[in-house]
Design a protein around this ligand. Structure first.
Ligand code: HEC
Ligand code: HEC
Length: 480
């Protein structure tokens, strides 16, 4: 079992000297020239939000509101770098996937272990102090959570070298060690999927960037429209009821209830920005730096939310394949990919969690930790931020009610023509491959798809391909 939130043990870490390196890998510039379909008033909240969405941040950015700008750790330099397929606000390519690292203690060897003792240890609320210390030596965030985002970049000069070595097993496998030395300067190299570090195992999993078209409408769907009985026998599904009673609608695990929260979290997690209510993601190299000032004000965040909410809704390209749409319903796809939810026509999702089988299982949780100054109540000074708003005191380390390892939110299929690759980690390059991965609750529908004739399969796929990104979306070329 994965336990989260045990940030109450001392940590041994050497803090590396702090300095700023301007990273050059993969930088993209968007200047945000206004085009047709964009807000006409350059000073409107939406226009200001759009400029923030396109902004390429730098460390110590002079445009920050007194904060330190990008970092100390970040996954990209702008929102649009990951959200751009089919236009500004779209999904992201696989190369922009976010890495999640999960640590587990290796099972003890049968010899020399008292089974009862092992069992009672694993049932206790916290891992032993020695374990926490050892895990924090691998990534200081493991002092707060067993699963967290492994950021692609850091502003510390040795971040890239450190990152390349996180997943090098010890004793080092000679090949991977050599590779990590050679490639360390190139950045962005794919890390291994698993590694053994001492008594622990590390697993790397991924999340693909979702499309934000129509997110404003999703935000408007009332909880009552989501929390309904199963629509079809054999389909279980459940809404992700968060601790505060609201239903999660956003994210691959339906982990967040509102657009506002997701946008401000993205600022802190993806770009390392300090924003009201969210600390910037913490530096795993252990520099206990608490951001002194905000990078974005509440007004800036509101503007960004206003922009994301204003993004156009995906369209149906005519002619939609009527036979294909019918098949989509008759073989059972629409039991989860519900065509109309609440008042929102054409979403093709029930926004519920479903078990799609072990092939898609993932232990990872989309969390970051935030170092803060140690205090008596919080001696470690490190707290877990797991897709939930910042609260003070002990509550900060509490994980929210979450989706299980096998559960995923039914992704809305509107715009699906332009959002490949598919599934939570982008492992499916094509629509056919995505359908093929449906197991457990989705198995029967996928099996019925396999039994269709080639012609019928083609019709269903052509129907899905009529669900496209909005024409009004501004292309990257025109924003450049
Ligand atoms: C490094 C790539 C990356 C960057 C940069 C990025 N995102 Fe995302 N975004 C993702 C991923 C991955 C997800 C899915 C996360 C999940 O569900 O666990 C996501 C999901 C979202 C969602 C939820 C959409 C839905 O329907 O579930 C919103 C809203 C969002 N991002 C907004 C933003 C904003 C605003 C910014 C800039 C502050 C931003 N993102 C920057 C990768 C990125
Ligand atoms: C039991 C509910 C359920 C049924 C039935 C179902 N799906 Fe899905 N579908 C899901 C879930 C959940 C995911 C996301 C899984 C993941 O990310 O790992 C998904 C993902 C997809 C995706 C990828 C979308 C994206 O943005 O990545 C496509 C395409 C898709 N389904 C099409 C279909 C089709 C076509 C059928 C009928 C043959 C179908 N689904 C039946 C629940 C369902």
């Amino acid at each position: 079992m994965i336990r989260q939130g045990f940030a109450d043990r001392p940590r041994a870490r050497a803090c590396v000297a702090w300095s700023i390196a301007i990273l050059s890998a993969g930088q993209v510039f968007f200047t945000g020239r206004l085009e047709a379909g964009q807000p006409r008033r350059p000073d409107s909240p939406v226009a200001r939000g759009r400029a923030l969405f396109l902004r390429v941040w730098t460390p110590d950015d002079p445009r920050a509101r007194g904060g330190d700008g990008l970092g100390p750790v970040f996954n990209e330099r702008s929102c649009v770098a990951c959200h751009n397929l089919g236009g500004v606000g779209g999904a992201g390519s696989r190369s922009k996937n976010v890495d999640i690292l999960t640590i587990t203690k290796n099972a003890p060897t049968a010899q020399g272990r008292d089974v009862d003792k092992a069992r009672s240890e694993s049932a206790s609320a916290l891992p032993p102090a020695d374990d926490i210390e050892a895990m924090a030596m691998i990534h200081s965030g493991f002092a707060a959570s067993q699963s967290l985002v492994l950021h692609r970049f850091g502003t510390a000069p040795n971040y890239e070298a450190w990152r390349q070595n996180v997943m090098v097993s010890d004793p080092p496998d000679r090949n991977s060690h050599a590779a990590s030395r050679d490639d360390a300067s190139e950045g962005n190299r794919e890390l291994p999927e698993s590694a053994k570090r001492g008594a622990f195992s590390l697993k790397r999993s991924q999340r693909n960037s979702t499309s934000l078209f129509g997110a404003g409408l999703i935000d408007s769907i009332p909880d009552e429209a989501i929390d309904v009985p199963p629509r079809s026998p054999g389909i279980k599904g459940r809404p992700n009821r968060l601790k505060d009673g609201r239903i999660g609608k956003f994210g691959w695990k339906a982990q967040m209830a509102s657009l506002d929260e997701f946008v401000t979290t993205a600022c802190s997690v993806e770009l390392g920005l300090e924003v009201p209510g969210r600390h910037q993601a913490g530096d795993p190299l252990g520099c206990e730096r608490e951001a002194k000032q905000f990078d974005m004000t509440r007004q800036d965040c509101d503007d960004m939310v206003a922009f994301v909410r204003s993004l156009p809704t995906p369209i149906v390209r005519t002619p939609a394949n009527a036979l294909g749409r019918k098949l989509f319903e008759t073989i059972g796809c629409a039991a989860c990919h519900v065509p109309k939810l609440g008042e929102v026509e054409g979403i093709y999702s029930d926004l519920m969690l479903h078990d799609l089988g072990e092939r898609l299982q993932d232990t990872g949780g989309y969390g970051t930790f935030t170092p803060s100054r140690p205090s008596r109540e919080d001696p470690l000074g490190s707290s877990l931020v797991r897709d939930e708003p910042k609260t003070e005191g002990a509550a900060r380390t509490q994980p929210r009610t979450s989706a299980g390892e096998l559960e995923w939110r039914t992704p809305p299929l509107w715009g699906v023509r332009d959002s490949a690759p598919y599934m939570h980690d982008g492992r499916a390059a094509t629509l056919e491959a995505a359908i093929d991965l449906h197991g457990a609750e989705g198995h029967e529908a996928a099996e019925r798809f396999r039994l269709l004739s080639n012609t019928q399969q083609g019709q269903l796929i052509r129907f899905l391909q009529s669900l496209a990104a909005p024409r009004k979306a501004t292309s990257l070329a025109s924003s450049r």
